[in-house]
Design a protein around this ligand. Structure first.
Ligand SMILES: [Zn+2]
Length: 457
């Protein structure tokens, strides 16, 4: 069944909420716009059948791309170039195409394997994926000490968002090479001096896990370009392709079971049916090896106090919370309080709002603004700094899980957590734009990550 990138226009909040509550459309949540002339518009992808249903219900749907056709064209570009380009030079700046699964792994290993290295460490993650792949992370940091802040970058969670792995590999290569050669880094009009690079590596631990879902990435790059989930086998009796996989970024232990089944009024797309939607939450919280690996790093490095999960798209820097609108006055109104079960997940009402400490909120936003300003120096793109919830709440995501850890268990570090959604909705194949455009995005986000490392205390 062909899928299309579409823009959907609806008259009011309820109509937009119904896109996920009733019509099960996969929306690009952070592209929702309130139009001056009235109504809302959002980027989504939908099948022909879904489009006809929506049109019959009064929505205006503009198709702008056959997602499967353009995805196939992008896969063909990779295959053609991979035949002629040897992968011995992994520097993304010199590579003409997206790194495949093996290249991401070998680039990470190469960054860790320089002779006489004492500031990088390759880490083998404990869980193999469903297709038996072994994952690795890299820790960058010279020296020891309990007071060193830990910074954790995660990428490649959603299979089709190809550029996230390339961004993190580029970041690793730039930072390690600059440190090794005692030089600075210049991207766009911004420069970090050799001394600034040294101060990052000598005083902080940076943990980079660039390819959390290699099975999904491989599937997206070779078969179904729009694939999002991991590759957990379909339940017995289900041969349909869409019944495979769990959405790793709905599988974390944060309000995991908070779906629209639990609360039919809330426009939370999360699904308990593996065959129904791309946002299948899995059989249990943390059921997936990929989720367990991502969480294991938090536990392995208890000094981690900053976290960014790199996704696409919508040119946004998102901060907590994702389950409802924030409030700063009532600490008792929070995700752990069962008295509010069934009341969360509607962004426009006052019945429930998620508590965030006012000082934390200020610090979190200030750091996000630093990243936004860094991105802007490359070519003027203006990323939106916004609360994750937007029009559409979520549950079970990595950033909310990360920030909830210290609330659930006071013995754990407070982790300021973000999701970056790179790339514009207007790009062709926005999840994996042409590589010339991706290279500009790689510069922008690499710069944001460097700025983040520099400012995180
Ligand atoms: Zn994503």
């Amino acid at each position: 069944m062909p899928r299309y990138h579409v823009k959907i226009l609806g008259p009011d909040y309820d109509a937009m909420a119904d896109l996920v509550r009733t019509y099960n459309v996969t929306v690009a949540r952070h592209t929702a716009e309130k139009l001056v002339e009235g109504g809302y518009r959002i980027d989504a992808h939908a099948t022909g059948t879904q489009i006809r249903r929506l049109e019959a219900a009064g929505y205006t749907v503009d198709r702008y791309e056959d997602a499967d056709k353009t995805g196939k064209a992008r896969q063909a570009e990779i295959r053609k170039l991979k035949k002629t380009v040897e992968a011995e030079d992994h520097l993304v700046a010199a590579a003409p195409q997206y790194l495949n699964v093996a290249q991401v792994e070998s680039a990470l290993a190469a960054a860790a394997s320089a002779p006489n290295e004492s500031f990088t460490k390759l880490i083998t993650l404990p869980r193999k994926t469903w297709e038996n792949r072994v994952c690795h992370a890299l820790k960058i940091g010279k020296g020891e000490g309990a007071n060193r802040p830990g910074i954790y970058f995660l990428g490649g969670v959603h299979a089709r968002e190809w550029g996230s792995c390339d961004i993190l590999i580029n970041f690793v290569q730039l930072l390690t090479q600059a440190y090794r050669t005692n030089t600075g880094v210049t991207l766009g009009t911004k420069t970090y001096t050799a001394a600034q690079i040294r101060s990052i590596v000598n005083t902080k631990d940076i943990v980079v896990f660039p390819q959390a879902n290699p099975d999904g990435r491989n599937h997206s790059m070779t078969k179904d370009a729009m694939w999002r989930k991991n590759r957990r086998p379909a339940p017995a009796g289900h041969a349909e392709a869409q019944c495979v996989g769990v959405d790793i970024n709905r599988n974390y232990d944060f309000l995991w079971n908070y779906t629209r089944y639990f609360d039919p009024a809330a426009p939370i797309a999360n699904s308990k049916d593996p065959c129904e939607a791309e946002v299948y939450i899995g059989p249990r919280a943390m059921s997936e090896p990929e989720t367990k690996n991502a969480v294991w790093l938090f536990d392995q490095f208890p000094n981690i106090s900053y976290f960014i999960d790199v996704h696409s798209y919508s040119e946004a820097i998102l901060f907590n919370w994702g389950d409802d609108t924030n409030q700063i006055n009532d600490p008792g109104m929070n995700f752990q309080n069962a008295a509010f079960d069934g009341k969360r997940g509607i962004a426009t009402d006052a019945e429930y709002k998620e508590f965030i400490d006012s000082a934390d909120r200020t610090a979190i936003v200030a750091l996000a603004n630093r990243m936004r300003d860094a991105i802007k120096t490359v070519r003027g793109r203006n990323y939106n700094v916004q609360q994750s919830v937007g029009l559409y709440p979520t549950a079970g995501t990595s950033d909310d899980y990360a920030f909830s850890r210290h609330i659930v268990d006071a013995g754990k570090a407070k982790v300021y957590s973000y999701t970056i959604e790179w790339g514009a909705a207007s790009n062709p194949t926005p999840f994996h734009p042409p590589y010339s455009e991706m290279m500009m995005i790689i510069r922008e986000i690499t710069l944001a990550l460097l700025e983040f490392c520099f400012r995180a205390k």
